[in-house]
Design a protein. Structure first.
Length: 276
């Protein structure tokens, strides 16, 4: 019932946006140099449908700079309110470019600095390279993401295949983008996550393979989201509710038993407020 409720909301928002569709949704700041400062709230740190047993909420102030040629750089500090500590510092740099009216491509490099006490499923990730592209048109817009992620002792490969469409309204200041994405990839990050938890619980524990077939490239989750962006003067407000359905539960080999991962669907929110 809960899943059906979110699907209904997803479709209603899409139809509302369709009824007020505009042909021009360009952000004037995309072709300007500007300094950005803002804050981001994430209700739960879910990655490829996986999450820690306890919800991890992030409040992340950030600052960065965007060049009109498409280059950008950004730094974030992610604070966990419940634990009163910074869990993650992130440095980002990238480039975006449009080829004509239909092809949009970009690349981004990230560097992660996790707190040694972090319980995030990605707490052993150290950085990543992402390549992405989208074909824009008046109907459904396909998108492709290819990620190469570095962990402390391994590498992961992730591909996202998505469909979305942007609907503009209120003189092109409000944009609503329903999106469906299927993520496929390897799970070496998840293997290192379990090893870290076991090592913290037992100091005599020796690292070994915990997640069976962690190197196997397979579908990991399906994500449904509706991104709403509102521009007013120099402010940009973005709200993105997401519903993630993980698939292909992992087999986890623990010291005294072998269990199959219990997958649960996740609904989480991301709110971003940016001044440019």
């Amino acid at each position: 019932m809960r899943f059906n409720f979110y699907i209904v909301v997803f479709l209603l928002l899409s139809n509302l946006a369709l009824a007020q569709k505009s042909d021009d949704n360009e952000d004037p700041y995309e072709t300007r140099n500007y300094f950005m400062v803002g804050g981001n709230y994430l209700s739960d740190n879910v990655y490829l449908g996986r999450k820690d047993s306890n919800a991890i909420s992030y409040v992340s102030p950030y600052m960065g700079y965007h060049f009109k040629n498409g280059l950008f750089a950004k730094a974030l500090a992610s604070w966990i309110p419940g634990k009163k500590r910074f869990d993650l510092f992130t440095l980002e740099a990238g480039y975006e470019h449009n080829f004509g009216e239909h092809i949009n491509v970009g690349a981004e490099v990230d560097k992660y600095f996790y707190n040694k006490n972090s319980t995030s499923v990605r707490s052993n990730s150290t950085g990543g390279l992402s390549l992405y592209g989208q074909y824009s048109n008046d109907w459904v817009e396909p998108q492709l993401n290819i990620d190469l992620n570095a962990n402390k002792k391994s590498m992961d490969y992730v591909t996202g295949l998505g469909l979305d469409h942007n609907f503009s309204m209120v003189d092109n200041t409000l944009n609503i983008t329903p999106t469906i994405v299927m993520n496929l990839g390897t799970q070496n990050y998840y293997d290192e996550y379990f090893n870290s938890k076991l090592g913290k619980a037992d100091k005599t524990y020796k690292t070994r393979k915990v997640v069976s077939d962690a190197n196997k490239f397979k579908p990991l989750d399906y994500e449904f989201s509706v991104k709403a962006t509102y521009r007013v003067t120099k402010w940009l407000f973005t709200l993105t509710p997401t519903y993630a359905l993980p698939v292909n539960p992992a087999t986890v080999v623990l010291p005294k038993r072998t269990v199959q991962e219990k997958l649960t669907n996740s609904f989480y929110l991301e709110l971003d407020i940016c001044h440019r």
